[in-house]
Structures are given as structure tokens and as C-alpha cells.
Design a protein around this ligand. Structure first.
Ligand code: CNA
Length: 334
């Protein structure tokens, strides 16, 4: 039977291979960098997932995936760095600087109410990654976020790398005693507590959420997992990050040269220099781009559009609804 969609896919593949051949001649691209995408668009990424069936998808996320949950990002005009005047900091980053925190923990804990709101819920973008995991194709989720929403969405711990730590747990700076998220949330919202101190009478050290401040080393797991995962990656999805914080941002280069990379973000970030210059970033704006797709918009809209193209829309909706039910009955105490 005549299948219009199949014919259209074959036709776009033909056009793509013709363009690839042309690029090989014009730009001298090696065959290994020829495009795996039928078209350089969200639809091309969806077709790739449907037809090439990648099994080692890596997702990299940043603060933009949690803004729809009510947590501000850092660098947008309404982000954290734009509203710190009242804290009298020497510079905005000082609020997350470990040496500043050692002597002035108060600004961080005053600000923590905004960064770690009560009753916060994962967003559709979080559930989309959970859906990739349910489909058995998620290699790992690398997040810069410290809000622990990945775990509230039900992601197994081994599937997530919290590159900058998370406030799932907290540690006493003096004796090393561990505290959970519930304990820290209660302290943050207790009007009589300015800075949380260790419960142990003989200690009373300052308890700090296990998030990585400027001046602290990244978790060892970030290195061990990234060395192992990125060479195996067959699709990279990047969402809601300005891609400026290193070494996280540099991970986009650690996948093989022909691996498709999809960026979903409100603004174009991590971009490369124009065609002809050496490759230093994502190349969606380059004329010789063969594998990068930039979808401009919110993470939630982006994943919904991708889910629709994949015919996963219903499953995503169900997953979101299931999450909502869990929250209305008993918010997870993680
Ligand atoms: P950032 O530098 O603030 O960049 C956020 C990016 O996301 C920007 O490019 C925005 O345009 C974009 N963006 C904002 N909202 C959306 C949206 N709804 N949909 C799509 N894109 C959007 O944040 P990064 O994550 O790149 O920077 C890394 C820092 C931020 C890490 O150290 C984090 O710990 C830190 N951070 C985390 C959180 C959190 O855990 N939710 C909140 C604020 C900051």
C-alpha cells in the first residue's frame, strides 16, 4: 500500500544525502560526520529516535528546566543574579562562594527560601526525561540543578548525575553529620532560624546543603560517569542552560562527531563561530552544520512538541498526571 509518510521520509533522506555529498565536496567533511538526521529540525530528531532507535540518550539540563516550577534561574533578567542587591554582597556570585559562606552564611540561607521553595513540583521537561528512562533509552541525566526535582519526578539515583550537588541531603560543616531534605526545608522556613546548626549539642556547626559552591570540587561521580557515558552517547539533548559554567558546558564536545545534539532553550546558547572557523561549540548556526538542532522556546513546550512528533504525547500526559496524584496524596520526603 502507498504510504505517504514513508515516501516523504525516503525523499527527505535522499535530499539529506545529496546535501551531505555536496558538503563533502564544498567543506571537505569526512564521511563519518555525515548527518544522521533526515532534517535539521525537531522532526528530524524525532525521526532519528523512531528509525535509528538510539539506546544511549544523554540529557544535560540547567536551571531553565525548573523555572516553570517557580525556581528562578541565574542569568535571565528575572534570575537570581538580578535580585541580590538587598544582601550587600561584594559581587553576585559571592552568595554561592564557599570562602564567603564560611564567614557569612546568612545571605545564602535568607535566599534559600527562593531557591528551595516548599511544595515544588517537577515540570513536564522532568517527566519527559523520566519517559526516556521508562522507554529504556536513557543512558544518563546530567543536571546542573540543585533542586532535586529529578528525584521528585521518580528518577532512580543511578540514572542521574548531579554535577553541582543537590539539596537532597545536607552536611554539618564541623562533624559531618548528615541531614535530609525535610530537615533542611523546615530549618530554612523556620522564622526563628537564620542559619541551620547541627543538632548535636557538643557540635552546633553550620549545616550546609550538599550543593557545590564556587571554590568546591565537583563530585567524583561527575568525572567517572562522564568518561564512561559520553563516548557511548547516540543522542544528546540539552535543555534550559546558558552553557557557560565549566566543566559542565564542555561535555557537549565529548560525544562523537556524528552524534545529533538537540538544544531546547529560550535563547541561542553555546553557539559556534561562523562556518570556516574552527569548531568550538554547538554548530546549529553554521552553514556546514550536519547534526545540531536548536529549538527555541521553553523546555516544557519543546518536550511536548517532541513527544507529539514521537506519538508519546499521551504517555507523557499520563506520567505528568501520575506525578500530580502522588503530590496531592503525599509529597515525597526526599
Ligand atoms: P543559567 O545560567 O541561569 O541559564 C539558564 C538558561 O535557561 C538561560 O539560557 C535561559 O534563557 C534559559 N531558560 C530559562 N527559562 C527557561 C525555560 N522555561 N525554558 C527554556 N529555557 C529557559 O543556568 P545554568 O543552569 O546554565 O547555570 C548553571 C548554574 C545554575 C548551576 O550552578 C546551578 O546550580 C544553578 N541554578 C540552579 C537552579 C535549580 O536548581 N533550579 C536554579 C538557579 C540556578
Amino acid at each position: 500500500m502507498f504510504n505517504r509518510e514513508k515516501v516523504s521520509n525516503i525523499y527527505s533522506k535522499f535530499v539529506q544525502s545529496f546535501e551531505n555529498a555536496l558538503n563533502t565536496v564544498v567543506y571537505g567533511e569526512k564521511p563519518s560526520t555525515l548527518s544522521k538526521l533526515s532534517e535539521l529540525s525537531l522532526k528530524g530528531v524525532a525521526n532519528y529516535i523512531k528509525e535509528c532507535k538510539p539506546k544511549n540518550v544523554i540529557v544535560m539540563t540547567g536551571a531553565g528546566t525548573s523555572t516553570s516550577a517557580g525556581i528562578p534561574d541565574f542569568r535571565s533578567s528575572t534570575g537570581v543574579y538580578s535580585c541580590l542587591q538587598e544582601y550587600n554582597l561584594p559581587h553576585p556570585q559571592a552568595i554561592f562562594d564557599i570562602s564567603y559562606f564560611e564567614s557569612h552564611p546568612e545571605p545564602f540561607f535568607r535566599f534559600a527560601k527562593t531557591l528551595f521553595p516548599k511544595n515544588v513540583k517537577p515540570t513536564p521537561a522532568h517527566y519527559f526525561v523520566k519517559l526516556l528512562e521508562k522507554k529504556g533509552i536513557l543512558k544518563r541525566w546530567y543536571t546542573q540543578n540543585i533542586d532535586a526535582l529529578e528525584f521528585l519526578a521518580g528518577m532512580p539515583e543511578e540514572k542521574v548525575v548531579t554535577a553541582h550537588g543537590s539539596h537532597l541531603t545536607s552536611t554539618c560543616r564541623s562533624c559531618g553529620k548528615k541531614y535530609d531534605r525535610k530537615w533542611m526545608t523546615e530549618k530554612i522556613f523556620d522564622p526563628n532560624t537564620l542559619v541551620p546548626h547541627c543538632d548535636t549539642e557538643s557540635c552546633r556547626g553550620v549545616v550546609k546543603p550538599d550543593i557545590i559552591f564556587f571554590g568546591e570540587a565537583l563530585p567524583r561521580r561527575f568525572m567517572t560517569c562522564s568518561f564512561e557515558d559520553f563516548p557511548k552517547c547516540d543522542l544528546l539533548i540539552i535543555m534550559g542552560t546558558s552553557l557557560v559554567v565549566q566543566p559542565f558546558a564542555a561535555l557537549v564536545h565529548e560525544v562523537a562527531d556524528d552524534v545529533p545534539r538537540l538544544l531546547i532553550n529560550l535563547e541561542d546558547v553555546g553557539g559556534d563561530s561562523p562556518a570556516g572557523a574552527s569548531s568550538t561549540g554547538l554548530c546549529y548556526a553554521r552553514k556546514d552544520n550536519m547534526r545540531d538542532v536548536f529549538w527555541k522556546g521553553t523546555c516544557d513546550e519543546g518536550v511536548k512538541a517532541l513527544a507529539e512528533l514521537l506519538d508519546w504525547e499521551l504517555e507523557l500526559q499520563e506520567m505528568i498526571a501520575e506525578g500530580e496524584v502522588k503530590f496531592t496524596t503525599a509529597p515525597p520526603n526526599v
